[in-house]
Design a protein around this ligand. Structure first.
Ligand SMILES: [Zn+2]
Length: 310
């Protein structure tokens, strides 16, 4: 069947079902990996390890094979988590992170038993990879790295490793969000470099041309949706919304996108490329009045335009 011809509802329904099936299969594969490993069948087939068997015989990429092997080890220790794997509250990446920590502990002479493993797995359920790392750092009492590392690389680039306090990270993240209009790819290197340039420019005057002086003004862009003769979405800057209204709106929205999916009640909460949106577009008779304005991320601003046929 051609996917482009099925309805949105059916497409999303199929997607949910496929993802559930994939998770179920992943669990079954991990069980098989453990059994093949226990019987050492990879050796019979001429492979020196399960890893070689998974990459060279089963065709997994090295990363995928590694994650499945690590996850299978955790599953062997705590088979009770099968259901969590299938319903998605635990995933391969998390299990890999846990296994890495267990391995480090055992290298240091501390063995982690099944009960401890289960307790840790309980704590990382439904958590992102970032949050999982945080839980594991606490649980495994990982040392705080304070030293800064500058490593020269062969193309003259430099690898920088450093530790930030929560406040420093908060400031940097906020700057990154505010700069997301100017730096859409927004990796940390670009953000830090940009901030440095702005500061140098401020100190040294206007000697350097870049970056442009209206950084702050464009850190939040107001977009108006209007249709062009070609039927493409055209967005252009509008100056008519008062700066004070803009500030109030952003404050009210807690500097997050206010889009809510009415069916699931899921709120977007992205702080990326925030824009002031007219609930009823100007092109459809809406006004600049405060009640008609809200904060949306770029994705949802474009969605709203599409929904209005703009
Ligand atoms: Zn959004």
């Amino acid at each position: 069947m051609e996917l482009s011809k099925i309805s949105n509802q059916e497409l999303l329904g199929r997607m949910d079902k496929l993802v559930r099936t994939e998770r179920k299969i992943t669990h079954v594969i991990l069980c098989h990996i453990n059994e093949v490993d226990a019987r050492r069948l990879y050796a019979d087939l001429g492979f020196e390890s399960m890893f070689k068997y998974l990459t060279e015989h089963c065709g997994y990429g090295e990363d995928s094979a590694y994650r499945r092997l690590q996850a299978a080890k955790v599953l062997r220790k705590a088979p009770e988590i099968a259901e969590k794997l299938e319903d998605g509250s635990l995933n391969l990446t998390q299990l890999t992170q846990v296994q890495k920590c267990i391995k480090q502990e055992s290298k240091a002479g501390n063995s982690i038993d099944s009960v401890q493993t289960l307790q840790i797995l309980e704590q990382i359920q439904n958590k992102s990879s970032y949050e999982t790392k945080k839980v594991l750092a606490v649980e495994f009492n990982q040392p705080i790295q304070m030293h800064e590392v500058l490593t020269p690389q062969r193309d003259d680039s430099i690898r920088l490793g450093l530790t930030l306090t929560p406040d420093q990270m908060k400031d940097l993240s906020e700057a990154k969000d505010l700069l997301s209009h100017i730096l859409p790819d927004g990796n940390w290197a670009e953000v830090i470099s940009y901030l440095a340039k702005v500061h140098i420019q401020k100190i040294k005057g206007k000697e350097r041309k870049e970056p442009s002086p209206h950084v702050e003004a464009s850190s939040i862009v107001t977009m108006e949706k209007s249709s062009s003769t070609h039927g493409f979405l055209v967005t252009r800057k509008r100056q008519h919304i008062k700066i004070t209204d803009r500030r109030k709106l952003l404050h009210k929205a807690n500097h997050c996108c206010e889009y809510v999916d009415l069916k699931s009640n899921k709120k977007c909460q992205s702080s990326y490329q925030l824009q002031i949106d007219h609930k009823i577009p100007l092109a459809r008779g809406g006004s600049h009045s405060f009640d008609n304005l809200r904060v949306l991320c770029r994705t949802h601003n474009l969605l709203s335009a599409r929904q209005w046929g703009l």
